[in-house]
Ligand binder design. Sequence first.
Ligand code: SAH
Length: 391
Amino acid sequence: MAKIILKKNEERRIVKGHLWIFSNEIHLIEENPENGSIVDVYDSKNKFLGAGFYNKNSLISVRILSRRKIENLNELFKERILDAYELRKASLSGRDSYRLVFSESDFLPGLIIDKYNDTYVLQVYSFGMDKNIEIVCNLLKNELGAKNIFSKNEEYFRVLEGLSTEDKIYLGEITDEVISDGEVKYNINFTKGHKTGFYFDQSDNRHFLAKFVSGKTILDCFCNSGGFGLNAINGDAASVSFIDSSETEIENVKKNIELNGFSSNFDFVIGDAFEELEKYKAEGRKFDVVNLDPPAFAKNKKNLLSAIAGYEKLNKLGMEVLVNSGFLVTSSCSFHLKKREFLEAVHSAARKAKKEIKLVYFNTASMDHPSLPEMNETSYLKFALFFVKDL
Ligand code: SAH
């Protein structure tokens, strides 16, 4: 096993629980390890810290896999995947579809696995994981009975690791799946859908929404496959208006309504949420509950300020189309935007919209997205419920 020795004091973050070693923290690399191979990492006093995947082309030179020496990768992967599976079974009773593996948070760095019944969709974002992906696929097949396994990667992260960007089918074929997420069913189209096909991270928050919307009018902005609005209907909402810029997604929402046999008052808009909100504001159209779940505005640290301005503008518009004493349900999935900054952006929006707000509830991602407290890269989602009154 090749050996990597860190510079003095660079072990501190790793000892606390972080799993990434950056290239500038390394003092010495012995034996010229191959990309994707497993290396043993030591502190400057030659104390063993852990073993992980090496990649000389990435800023993240080592991703720690284990705090023990690795004898058998197959055994380690099996333990990790079965641990992740047992955790989901224990915490998400009755569900067959969820995020089975959430990368570093499940101690499988650079590997995301979303499970849709017997179909497993992978995102593979580390060189070592990519090199050993056959082990993962065999375990999914032999231990969990996978019928279909394929990848749906985001190019950006593959490029950072120096990996090819085409997706692969590892087992079976790509077919649609119908999944149940709580009491709502969804048709998943893997070819046309976003990410791996579904946003599991908001599952618990969607179920939460259903609890306080009975008899209310709902506006679901950035609705994607309709998760928030569909749960609102399930919670006896009086009406739901769906907005998404993607025609495919709005078609999908309609299919999902049919699939669930829901009947209620719906309307659907294919368009830009900012523009539609401006229109409703001009018309004086109001809703009891407004849900805002936009894509990440802060893709990197550099555009954080413009992203904050974007969240402020969106939340201001959201509040302006709320009835007096309405509910604003607002999310941000920008990792670079911290909880404090997000809540400040909403507060600033409230001041500009001349509203008085109370934070009623705050949450992060669902239970199938665990996080490592010492590694803030593993938590990104912010979900907040505000009670909003006119000043
Ligand atoms: N709320 C969804 C997830 C939202 S993902 C759920 O519960 O599953 C973000 C969605 O915003 C995507 O479907 C994307 O098509 C849509 N979108 C992106 N920019 C938009 C814009 N300017 N106006 C409206 N929708 C937009």
